[in-house]
Design a protein around this ligand. Structure first.
Ligand SMILES: [Zn+2]
Length: 292
């Protein structure tokens, strides 16, 4: 089976695509539930702190039932209809149901099939690029984390530590044997990624009195540095600013000027991190050649 996968690219790509649709389905659960799990944790911590201060927390006393990535089972947020196995097939179910709940007809967010389809397409690109290798396996984990982070940031303007920190550590580990860069470049990448945005943040705040980004962005940039090495960081900033400028201008044209809407930086960093994963070396190489 392993030999067959290594020698038959179309089979490898097909298996990757189908498997990644399921991963995309799981990423949807993470994207929707992780912010709620975090909010519940903050609430219970705040309540515990108020009680140590001898104050009455107020509000509802305890949130009912456990809530995690598995429990409770997924249901329609409108009518509570339990989602059956047949209604849970990535992308296809959405198309068959025409984007509506089978029980009450409420609209289902197109975000679900979009995340599933994007996960499949990006995963196939990764496997196409790296082939049947350890690097491909690690790059898939990196890609899936970037997808979850980008969509959570778009929805909530949060980049959860529960994803950024473990994936940052994982980047340092996979580069011990030098999977994407050497171990030294990986460690320097993590430090330089965090510090550079931290400095920009504080300089921007001193100059304008505004906060341009958050600490989650520093961690995401550190994560990209840990995975790909400090050498790609300038390219990642350049790419994310370019994509950000294009999307920003498109939004202003579409919605009119509305500068007060906070546009999260995380999705652009994540997109640039993915581009750097696949084509960073080629882009930097071409640039250096042009200089000579
Ligand atoms: Zn419903």
């Amino acid at each position: 089976m392993i030999d067959l996968m290594a020698s038959t690219p179309w089979l490898l790509l097909t298996v990757t695509g189908l498997f990644s649709l399921l991963i995309g389905s799981f990423l949807n659960v993470v994207i929707h539930r992780l912010p709620i799990i975090m909010e519940r944790q903050w609430q219970s911590e705040a309540r515990a702190w108020l009680q140590t201060q001898g104050q009455h927390p107020g509000g509802e006393a305890e949130v009912a039932g456990p809530y995690n990535l598995v429990v409770p089972r997924s249901g329609c947020p409108h009518c509570g209809h339990r989602i059956k196995a047949l209604e849970n097939i990535p992308v296809l179910s959405y198309l068959f149901l025409r984007g509506r709940c089978s029980a009450c007809g409420a609209r289902i967010s197109p975000q679900y099939p979009l995340v599933e389809a994007a996960t499949a397409v990006l995963s196939m690109l990764v496997v196409w690029h790296f082939g049947f290798t350890w690097a491909a396996g690690a790059a898939l984990l990196f890609t899936w984390a970037l997808i979850a982070l980008a969509v959570i940031d778009l929805r909530t303007t949060l980049l959860p530590d529960m994803i950024t920190l473990p994936v940052l550590w994982l980047g340092l580990i996979v580069n011990l044997p030098g999977l994407f860069t050497d171990a030294t470049s990986s460690v320097i990448g993590a430090i330089a990624g965090y510090l550079s945005l931290w400095l920009v943040y504080h300089a921007f705040r001193l100059l304008t009195g505004k906060e341009g980004m958050g600490y989650g962005d520093f961690k995401l940039f550190a994560l990209i540095g840990a995975w790909l090495g400090w050498q790609v960081l300038p390219l990642v900033i350049l790419l994310s600013s370019l994509v950000g400028a294009v999307v920003g201008i498109a939004l202003i044209l579409a919605r009119g000027r509305d500068r007060d809407i906070p546009i999260p930086f995380g999705p652009y960093l994540a997109a640039a991190g993915f581009i750097a994963l696949l084509w960073g070396d080629a882009i930097i190489g071409a640039y250096l050649q042009a200089l000579v």
